[in-house]
Design a protein around this ligand. Structure first.
Ligand SMILES: *Cc1c(COP(=O)(O)O)cnc(C)c1O
Length: 367
C-alpha cells in the first residue's frame, strides 16, 4: 500500500519528551518537572484573560500592538524591534526558518534547549555541539565550533537544565568572536529570575548590534505556560525576516491580553521571584547536605547530580519520588546523564519533596 512519505529530515529528529504531569493512581501529584510557576499568573492577568471571553469571535490584533507597547515601555526598548510568538519556542522556530538553508550549521551548547535542535534538524541544518565546561557553557568551545557554514549560534542564558549563567562579559566576548553574518540567539527564558548585576539578558547587546536576537517567555515567572506567549527583541533585519514568515495571528487575544497585564503587575512578579529565590537557596542547601551535587542556580529550578560513589541513582530517586506522588525531570535526554531537575514549587510542595528525597538518600546510603 502506498503512503505519503514525510521529509527525510524528520528521521533525524529526536522526539521531544515533555515533563511528566500524571502518575497512575495518584490524584494530585506534586509536579516539579516542567519549571512552571506554582503561583500561576497574576490576578490582573486572570481578569484580563476572562474579559477576552467577550471578544473571542474577533481575530486578534495581528500587529500585537498593545502587548508590544507594554513590553517596550517596561524594558525601555524600541517597539518596532519586538515580535511576539506562540511561546518563545515559536520565535526560535521562526528564526531558524528565516535564516537556515539545508546544510547550514546551527551551533548549540551541549545541554541546550532540545527544541532548538529539533527545529534546526527539520530545516535540514547540521547541528554542531559545543562541549560545556563543568556546569557552564564554554565561550571558548563555542567559538572553536564556528565554521564558514555556521549561521546561528543558539544558547540559553541562564542555561537549562544546569541553572547556571554566563556573565555579560562572557556573552560580549562570544559576540565579539562571531562573524557579523552569524546570528547569536540568546534564549532568556529564565532571565526574569536573575538579579545578579553582572548578568545581561541580551537587551544591551541587541540594542547595539545587528546580529543578536533575544527571546523571552511568559511561561515561567509570569505563570502563563498554558497560554503560549513569548517575545523577541532583535535588530530590524532579523525582525523583518521573522515578520515576513510568521502567521499573522500566531498570538491569540487571550494570550496577548493576559501577558500585557501580567507584565504590568510588578508587585506580583516580585513576590514570585522572592519566593523562588528564597526556596531555591534553602533547597540547594538541604540537598547538598545530603551529598547531592547541585550547581548554583539563578533560575526557578535546581539540577541534582547523585554522586557516583552513592549507591543510589538519579533514575532510582525519580522512581522513588514518583511512587510518592512527586514528579521531577530526569535529564538523560536533554541534559547531563544521571541527573534530575527539580522546579521550585510552593512551600508545601518543596517541603514534601525535601522530606522524600531525604528519606530516599538516607535509606539508600544505609543499604
Ligand atoms: C521553558 C523554556 C522556554 C520557554 O518556552 P515557551 O515556548 O516560551 O514556553 C524556552 N527555552 C528554555 C530553555 C526553556 O526552558
Amino acid at each position: 500500500m502506498s503512503q505519503p512519505i514525510p521529509r527525510q529530515a524528520l528521521d533525524r529528529c529526536p522526539p521531544y519528551v515533555q515533563g511528566k504531569s500524571a502518575i497512575a493512581g495518584v490524584e494530585n501529584p506534586i509536579k516539579l518537572s516542567s519549571n512552571e510557576s506554582p503561583f500561576g499568573p497574576s490576578p490582573h492577568a486572570r481578569e484580563a484573560f476572562r474579559q477576552t471571553a467577550e471578544t473571542l469571535h474577533r481575530y486578534p490584533d495581528g500587529g500585537q500592538t498593545a502587548l508590544r507597547q507594554v513590553i517596550a515601555s517596561k524594558f525601555g526598548i524600541e517597539e518596532e524591534r519586538i515580535v511576539c510568538g506562540n511561546g518563545s519556542e515559536e520565535l526560535i522556530l521562526l528564526c531558524i526558518r528565516a535564516f537556515i538553508d539545508p546544510g547550514d550549521e546551527v551551533l548549540v551548547s551541549e545541554n541546550g534547549f532540545v527544541m532548538t535542535r529539533i527545529h534546526a534538524l527539520v530545516q535540514g541544518a547540521e547541528i554542531v555541539v559545543a562541549a560545556e565546561d563543568g556546569w557552564d557553557q564554554s565561550v571558548d568551545h563555542i567559538l572553536a565550533g564556528v565554521t564558514d557554514k555556521t549561521r546561528i549560534v543558539a544558547i540559553a542564558n541562564p542555561n537549562n537544565p544546569t541553572g547556571t549563567y554566563l556573565p555579560a562579559s562572557e556573552i560580549q566576548r562570544l559576540h565579539a568572536g562571531l562573524p557579523g553574518t552569524v546570528l547569536l540567539l540568546l534564549d532568556g527564558a529564565y532571565a526574569d529570575y536573575v538579579l545578579q548585576e553582572d548578568f545581561d539578558s541580551g537587551l544591551e547587546l541587541v540594542r547595539h548590534s545587528e546580529n543578536v536576537i533575544m527571546t523571552r517567555t511568559f511561561s515561567k515567572l509570569y505563570g502563563l505556560a498554558g497560554m503560549r506567549i513569548g517575545w523577541a527583541y532583535a535588530p530590524m533585519c532579523v525582525i523583518s525576516a521573522i515578520q515576513r514568515i510568521r502567521t499573522p495571528f500566531n498570538t491569540n487575544w487571550p494570550a496577548q491580553a493576559a501577558a500585557a497585564s501580567a507584565l504590568q503587575d510588578t508587585e506580583f512578579a516580585d513576590m514570585v521571584r522572592d519566593h523562588t529565590i528564597k526556596w531555591r537557596e534553602h533547597m540547594r542547601e538541604q540537598l547538598m547536605a545530603l551529598d547531592i551535587i547541585v550547581p548554583p542556580s539563578v533560575t526557578n529550578f535546581l539540577l541534582m547530580q547523585i554522586p557516583e560513589s552513592h549507591s543510589s541513582t538519579a533514575l532510582g530517586a525519580a522512581k522513588f519520588l514518583t511512587e510518592n506522588g512527586i514528579l521531577l525531570r530526569p535529564t538523560g535526554v536533554s541534559g547531563p546523564g544521571d541527573c534530575l531537575r527539580v522546579t521550585v514549587g510552593s512551600a508545601e510542595e518543596n517541603e514534601a519533596f525535601l522530606v522524600k528525597i531525604t528519606q530516599y538518600m538516607r535509606t539508600e546510603t544505609r543499604s
